[in-house]
Design a protein around this ligand. Structure first.
Ligand code: THU
Length: 175
């Protein structure tokens, strides 16, 4: 991905720590893939993730989906307030119920890493082999979002972006 003359890497371009060189420590960004602190390179400037970039990362994550039962592959890219990005895919199970969606995979990875504040999530899905399409977060994933996100959290799809308040009004917030 080339933005303003600066190259930003996708998962495909990430054989090693070279991705880290794209972000400056001063911007408090971390490599979106390995989440390591970035190297300081004075000739690089800080850029925040665009919706298009997040959708691209979600598309890369979708390639890792384990969906032998539905053959519906989903990828998600979750942007944290600190600039880091956590990706996820759906992981199915022969017993069906333990299946986890791409969105929850991304959230749980991030929360495990200590992240609690989130800006946006991009989600793409479709039948295996089909190009990235729109897959709206299921109800369970929306409830997980409700645990950590406010109404202005953004849900980005190839068709457009929505606020979390739009897709889950009157969310249950606890007793
Ligand atoms: N799935 C997701 O990963 N995210 C969504 O937003 C909708 C559904 C997964 C679950 C299951 O593995 C497959 O898509 C078909 O429902």
């Amino acid at each position: 991905m080339n933005i303003g003359g600066l190259q930003k890497l996708t998962l495909l371009d990430f054989p090693g720590k070279i991705a880290c060189t794209l972000f400056t420590v001063g911007c408090n960004l971390r490599c979106p893939f390995c989440h390591n602190a970035a190297l300081v390179l004075p000739d690089r400037i800080c850029q925040t993730m665009t919706d298009t970039e997040l959708l691209t990362l979600a598309g890369e994550a979708r390639k890792r989906a384990y969906a032998p039962y539905s053959h519906f592959a989903v990828g998600a890219a979750l942007l944290c307030k600190d600039g880091s990005v956590y990706t996820g895919c759906n992981i199915e199970n022969a017993s069906f119920t333990p299946t986890v969606c791409a969105e929850r995979t991304a959230f749980f990875k991030a929360v495990y890493d200590g992240k609690r504040a989130f800006t946006a999530i991009a989600v793409v899905g479709g039948k295996e082999g089909d190009p990235d399409g729109t897959a709206f977060p299921c109800g369970v994933c929306r409830q997980v979002m409700a645990e950590f996100c406010k109404e202005d959290f953004r849900v980005i799809t190839p068709e457009g972006a929505y606020t979390f308040g739009e897709i889950l009004p009157h969310a249950f917030g606890g007793i």
